[in-house]
Write a protein that binds this ligand. Structure first.
Ligand code: GDR
Length: 328
């Protein structure tokens, strides 16, 4: 039975990846941070078969212990402080976790597999945020990175450190440059879920409107369930490499609002939406659109859920959730 260790088990990707690996017969271990982590119950309820280990990406000794207890064949580093807007307010913490945390886990994998650099296959969750002020459209693996946030800078560090460990130590370390990926499990601070929750509450008469930031930014949004499949495929290749994972289609926040409000029968969302500088960022990533040709040809991967279906899925889920909460 293959064994996998996942950091960031409490996030949407950690949960979807756990389900995928469990369905393939893996024994799955999840690294969980802190005392009384508020998401512990969610993980236990969603994927009860996952064995949880205590550890923190900023604490190398805890990562070494996690490696020893799980003896993994594959390590997926999904753990990060992942909310871009927050990273300006907590740049150093973001650097420690999202950046230096990658070095810590790479080092734990290297020390654990000192007798055979191929003993463990490693996946790093890199991000389209690394493209920032885009230098090429669409963005591909070779596009120059120009991050626009402390989060993006930290991800660039992790990305190159992964490549460096691959080149220096011959480790099977791959980096997935994943464009935005969403699901009903997405945290409510991210724009898709913020909108799907608000739209559902507006429809149910629980909320009057929604306050937004920049409505002109464009993102390449896919479904998280499709994207974790790409992570797994990367680690099944003979050679480690870097891959862009994206749909190749971009939409603005305004278009996101169009689809989300239309899903509850509201054609004109203008009366419900206001903007506030509070939700604007000091530097914005205006346009993301990924070219995932390499992943499609080499991994045989392709996204299955398109933008409209994704947004409708999220709104449908939130309508049920919000209705249930309101009834309580
Ligand atoms: P992003 O996701 O920063 O792309 O990073 P997010 O959903 O937070 O923002 C997307 C775009 O929406 C604009 N926006 C708003 N965003 C939020 N959160 N709230 C608002 O009210 C709002 N109004 C407009 C933003 O300015 C931005 O342009 C996500 C994260 O998951 C990262 O961890 C990951 O690496 C990348 O996707 C790929």
């Amino acid at each position: 039975m293959a064994r996998a260790l996942i950091t960031g088990i409490t996030g949407q990707d950690g949960l979807y990846l756990s389900e995928l690996l469990l369905s393939k017969g893996y024994e799955v271990f999840g690294l969980i941070r802190g005392q009384n982590n508020p998401k512990l119950d969610l993980v236990r309820a969603t994927v009860p078969e996952v064995k949880l280990l205590t550890g923190d990406l900023t604490d190398l000794s805890s990562l070494l212990r996690a490696m020893e207890s799980s003896q993994p064949d594959e390590v997926y580093n999904l753990g990060a402080i992942s909310f871009v807007a927050y990273s300006w307010e907590n740049a150093m913490l973001t650097t420690d976790v999202t950046g230096k945390g990658v070095l810590n886990i790479l080092e734990a994998v290297r020390l654990y597999s000192h007798d055979d650099p191929h003993k463990v296959r490693f996946y790093q969750a890199s991000s389209s945020e690394m493209f920032g002020k885009v230098q090429e459209v669409p963005q591909r693996e070779s596009t120059l990175l120009w991050p626009r946030s402390p989060y993006g800078v930290a991800k660039v560090f992790g990305h190159y450190m992964t490549i460096n460990y691959r080149e220096s130590y011959g480790m099977h370390a791959s980096s997935g440059i994943l464009f935005n990926h969403e699901s009903p499990r997405r945290g409510p601070e991210f724009v898709t879920r913020k909108i799907s929750q608000a739209v559902s509450r507006i429809k149910l008469g629980l909320q009057d409107g929604i306050t937004m930031g920049n409505l002109d930014a464009k993102r390449d949004w896919g479904f998280a369930g499709d994207y974790v499949e790409a992570m797994w495929l990367m680690l099944q290749q003979d050679t480690a490499d870097d891959y862009v994972i994206s749909t190749g289609v971009t939409h603005s926040i305004k278009e996101l609002l169009d689809v989300a409000f239309a899903a509850v029968g509201i054609d004109d969302w203008a009366p419900y939406v206001t903007q506030d500088p509070r939700f604007m960022r000091p530097a914005e990533v205006e346009l993301l659109i990924g070219d995932s040709t390499k992943a499609r040809t080499t991994l045989g991967w392709e996204p299955k859920v398109a933008f409209t279906e994704l947004v409708q899925m999220m709104v449908a889920n939130d309508l049920v959730e919000q209705r249930a909460q309101a009834g309580r």
